[in-house]
Ligand binder design. Structure first.
Ligand code: GDP
Length: 215
């Protein structure tokens, strides 16, 4: 069953890039966004979840064009039809980016999270060694009023032994309590930790009617 779920995301393909919210396609099908500090491991996570080497690009280069990248997940029964979108929101928190540019990006990010009607789930990436930072809290303040469910991936979990991972999960869950529906899990792209659980969440969010039927 999980293999089947995974294979849906594996068929994802690049759909469109947008610099502004008003350049996005109409909000007519479910979408799940990926958001987190730059270097948190977002592109690695997207690539491993989609089983592709270069679907999402690392946000390592400061000052590169800030684009929202959308990937289409095809309907397995109707491959011409897109079931939903995975949305890669560029990382925040570059030390070297000018203040104005940071604020401009924060506006886009905030507007997307608050206003995007088709957003059914948020994957928040947090480096397990850093925990929840001030910038993450700012993001959480935008997300909380929307009530959209959040899955927090504690990335690079391979850097921590098991006991420390569990402690990190407890700490982050507490810090994100304001979000209401939030779940935090250890995740590692290199060690493939948390892949199945993450895939399951995403696929459920892309097919809200199905998850409704099965609950
Ligand atoms: P992004 O800026 O959030 O897209 O982050 P990247 O996916 O480019 O990853 C940032 C850095 O963290 C890179 O050097 C990756 O090799 C490393 N990294 C990403 N995921 C993992 C992981 O699961 N484990 C470890 N140990 N390193 C990782």
């Amino acid at each position: 069953f999980v293999m089947l779920l995974g294979s849906i995301l594996h068929q994802s393909t690049f759909f469109v890039s947008a610099a502004k919210i008003n350049q996005l396609p109409p909000a007519s099908i479910p979408e799940v966004c990926f958001v987190g500090r730059s270097n948190a491991g977002k592109s690695s996570a997207l690539n491993i979840l989609c089983n592709q080497k270069r679907l999402a690009f690392s946000s390592k280069t400061p000052g590169r064009t800030r684009l929202i990248n959308m990937f289409g997940v095809p309907n397995p029964e109707e491959p011409e039809e897109i079931l939903g979108f995975l949305v890669d929101l560029p990382g925040y928190g570059f030390a070297s980016v000018a203040r104005d540019e940071k604020e401009e990006w924060a506006d886009v990010l905030g507007a997307y999270l608050r206003e995007r009607k088709s957003l059914t789930g948020i994957v928040l990436l947090i480096d397990i060694r850093r925990g929840v930072t001030t910038l993450d809290r700012r993001l959480v303040d935008w997300i909380a009023p929307t009530g959209i469910p959040v899955l927090a991936l504690l990335t690079k979990a391979d850097k921590f032994p098991y006991g420390q991972r569990i402690r990190a999960v407890a700490e982050v869950t507490k810090e994100l309590a304001k979000l209401g529906t939030v779940e935090a899990i250890p995740f590692s792209s290199t060690q493939r930790i948390g892949l199945e659980e993450t895939t399951e969440h995403i696929v459920n969010w892309l097919q809200p009617q199905d998850s409704h039927l099965t609950t």
